[in-house]
Write a protein that binds this ligand. Structure first.
Ligand SMILES: [Fe+2]
Length: 223
């Protein structure tokens, strides 16, 4: 693969949970994916159109509501885009309307909080562990990293040295494991045996909060 290809990375902070929705694109071919989408589909659609990008997929790291709440609206605007999710998160995905309830939010408050969801459109493809997923000239290695949810994946671009980790790892912290399907031992193993092995120079793009890098988290993350 040539070393010169460039990645467009645009971050949109969405939902009351301050989720980082990202559009990633190959600068040369204009092929793009939206990695997770909490809401704000119209704003994201405008960015895609204005930048002459071709959205090939909504690429989901996992199926928590703040990462998938905008899938329905974005897919209505880009009906040909694939929706890709690991099979082990499909129960969470299709259970989206019920997710706020198991987070302890009373049903009568859902509307006021903007957390009333319809069942999202059908997943069109499942991530496979260790597959390579191409977006134009970008190549993402897909790593199944369960723990925060059973079907969580991270997307690692090994040439450009960037990894998109969803809610596995944060700057100075890790993802919560107290929600249904969460497992602390699994999460630690996903982080230690997969994500941290990518290399200290990898920039880490997290599902919430600021970017970091693997070397810094190895040295300073209390977990
Ligand atoms: Fe999450």
């Amino acid at each position: 693969m040539n070393q010169l290809q460039k990645m467009i990375i645009e971050t949109f902070i969405t939902t009351p949970f301050q989720q980082n929705t990202r559009v990633l694109a190959c600068e040369e071919t204009r092929k793009a994916v939206c990695v997770d989408i909490g809401d704000s589909a119209q704003i994201i659609s405008n960015f895609i159109t204005e930048n002459n990008l071709d959205l090939q997929a909504i690429a989901l790291t996992h199926a928590h509501l703040d990462h998938i709440g905008g899938v329905s609206d974005l897919h209505k605007l880009f009906p040909l885009a694939e929706i890709i999710l690991h099979a082990d998160d499909e129960d969470l995905y299709y259970g989206l309307p019920e997710q706020p309830l198991f987070m302890g939010i009373p049903r009568e408050q859902l509307k006021a909080l903007g957390l009333e969801y319809e069942v999202p459109p059908k997943v069109t493809r499942n991530w496979q562990d260790n597959e390579t997923y191409a977006v134009g000239k970008l190549e993402f290695k897909i790593l199944h990293c369960p723990g925060h949810t059973p079907g969580h994946v991270v997307l690692a671009e090994e040439t450009i040295r960037k990894v998109f980790v969803g809610d596995c790892l944060f700057a100075g912290s890790i993802g919560r494991t107290d929600l249904p399907g969460g497992n602390f031992e699994q999460l630690m193993s996903s982080i230690n045996d997969k994500i941290l092995l990518l290399g200290d120079d990898f920039t880490v793009y997290t599902g919430h909060g600021d970017e970091t890098n693997i070397g810094r988290e190895k040295a300073t993350n209390p977990f």
